[in-house]
Design a protein around this ligand. Structure first.
Ligand code: TXE
Length: 497
């Protein structure tokens, strides 16, 4: 198995001195500490990125604020949409370059980087671009009596909230950033994006393309650095009006608290899950196994929407696990840049250590390792795709998010028990129900506690479908029309005549 050759422009990009992208320009601060970017397939350093200094964070936010009150406000909604579509065109033209940088820094299989990370990012960007001209208030009929025959007319304006700070994790470094700045720009806001310190490269390239597309300098800025220093400085800044965050539950909860303390700022939080998939008794074994592979192992399980808890009827569980074992054994594990690999490395050393620790926890709690449960050969952060039969619903592998390729199983005896298990968590991002009996599915869907419930599928997202969590999985919704509410203020205007 061999890696594809890197494009010359990717080699040239990696060799640059990286830092931030502020006011339409690359800005490295050579005195600032640098973070090494590691290729998860080889553990080799591929580039280094200077962290943003406090002065650079200030500049980035000031530049976004100036653009918000100036050039971007003067840009008509139609023109905003046009410019965003032009960025989508440039991303399409640079698809391979962006995909290679993404795979090199995140461990995402190159096919997935092309077809999911880049192509979906383009689709999302075009979707948001379409909304730019369709954001509007409403006219109301006012009914309170007037004393002297005067009349009133009332209407609402939807106005952009201002500068948006977008804090992005390492699993989809372009797509999740697009969800944040695409929403912001369509509504007339400007953005400062902070990528994860593990994957700081791709957004620098996207920000350059944005200026090439004609999006004015200052409208989209990128600052890099450790979350614990750069993040709080962005949230606390008085010129930041809104924070939109995707990441872990503990960090996101802290972000929410900080946003409130910084002056009740708008906040959208898309956090983790411990998502369940419940297979009803009627669902055939081989289709169950197809469903488990779709739900658990995409991008090595590093997908917030993926399922980690699987409930299978007791009469079927042995057959399902036996067949799953056979299927997992055929997956080709390899480098993210190997087009023949079907399963890549985990994204970084800390995450690798976390997933390995889960294998130990599962063994310590007498979970039965059906397949995997160990590191896989290779220089990178490789682990085996793993399936574990839990001893009980209280086991760590049934309650704590691994964010890795670890499917944990429990048998159930009746559907009420399955539903109880599915909802027995403080999280609620996604869930899936699998059955050929549509009326059963439709009766179960309203009772499943999750922001998205799929039937006979998992991990499908679409720009038109609102996405977000219930319970501790987050606040607010991204995509669909729902995003507009989170990036605009509603102003009431009343006129007497
Ligand atoms: O996430 P963090 P990490 C989960 C997954 C993973 C775990 C840790 O379980 O193992 O989170 O990953 C920035 N103020 N998910 O450490 O800490 C940080 O720099 C402001 C689920 O990468 O949540 C990064 O840009 N920002 C998830 C972003 O927050 C701060 C995707 C996310 O980092 C900050 C990824 C602070 N105090 C991991 N501290 C999902 N839901 O998709 C850090 N950050």
């Amino acid at each position: 198995m061999t890696d594809i050759s890197l494009l010359p422009e990717v080699e040239a990009f990696l060799a640059r001195r990286h830092g931030q992208y502020i006011d339409g320009q690359l800005a490295a601060a050579p005195d600032a500490a640098a973070i090494d970017v590691i290729n998860p397939s080889s553990r080799k350093v591929i580039a280094s990125v200077h962290q943003a200094t406090p002065a650079q964070i200030e500049q980035a936010i000031a530049s976004a604020h100036e653009a918000f009150t100036g050039v971007w406000q003067r840009t008509s909604p139609a023109r905003r949409g046009e410019l965003m579509n032009r960025l989508a065109d440039l991303m399409h033209a640079r698809r391979e370059e962006l995909a290679q940088i993404e795979s090199l820094s995140s461990g995402k299989l190159i096919g997935l980087s092309r077809a999911f990370e880049i192509d979906y990012s383009i689709a999302f960007l075009r979707y948001y671009a379409g909304w730019a001209t369709k954001i509007h208030g409403r006219t109301m009929s006012l009914s309170l009596p007037s004393a002297n025959g005067e009349q009133y007319t009332g209407f609402t304006l939807r106005q952009p909230v201002g500068v948006v700070a977008g804090i992005v994790p390492w699993n989809f470094s372009i797509m999740i950033a697009v969800w944040k700045f695409g929403s912001a720009l369509a509504c007339g806001c400007t953005a400062v994006i902070k990528p994860s310190e593990f994957t700081p490269l791709t957004m620098l390239r996207v920000a350059e393309l944005a200026v090439e597309a004609g999006i004015p300098p200052g409208v989209l800025n990128v600052v890099n650095g450790n979350g614990a220093t750069v993040g709080p400085a962005m949230i606390a800044h008085p010129k930041v009006a809104k924070i939109t965050f995707t990441g872990s539950v503990p960090t996101g909860t802290g972000v929410g608290v900080a946003a409130m303390q910084a002056g009740l700022k708008h906040v959208t939080l898309e956090l983790g899950g411990k998502n369940p998939a419940g297979f009803l008794r009627d669902f055939p074994v081989e289709r169950t196994v197809d469903g488990i592979i779709e739900a658990a192992y995409l991008h090595q399980g590093e997908v917030c929407a993926s399922a980690e808890r699987f409930y299978v009827h007791r009469s079927r569980i042995d057959d399902v696990l036996e067949s799953l074992h056979r299927r997992l054994a055929t997956l080709k594990i390899g480098s993210a840049l190997d087009e023949n690999a079907q399963f890549g490395p985990l994204a970084n050393a800390a995450h690798f250590a976390k997933v390995m620790a889960f294998f130990d926890k599962a063994r310590a709690q007498d979970g039965e390792i059906v397949y995997g449960g160990t590191a896989a050969p290779g220089d990178g952060f490789f682990v085996q795709p793993t399936a574990i039969l839990a001893r009980s619903q209280a086991d760590a592998i049934m309650t704590e998010e691994t964010f890795g390729p670890v499917a944990s199983f429990l048998a159930y005896d009746d559907e009420e028990e399955m539903l109880h298990y599915m909802n027995d968590t403080r999280l609620g991002l996604t869930a899936s129900v699998w059955t050929n009996d549509l009326s059963k599915a439709l009766r179960l869907v309203p009772r499943v506690e999750a922001g998205t419930v799929w039937v006979n599928m998992h991990n499908y997202i679409d720009p038109a479908m609102p996405f977000g969590g219930v319970k501790s999985s987050g606040i607010g919704r991204e995509f669909g029309e729902a995003f507009i509410e989170h990036f605009t203020e509603l102003k009431s205007v009343i006129i007497r005549y």
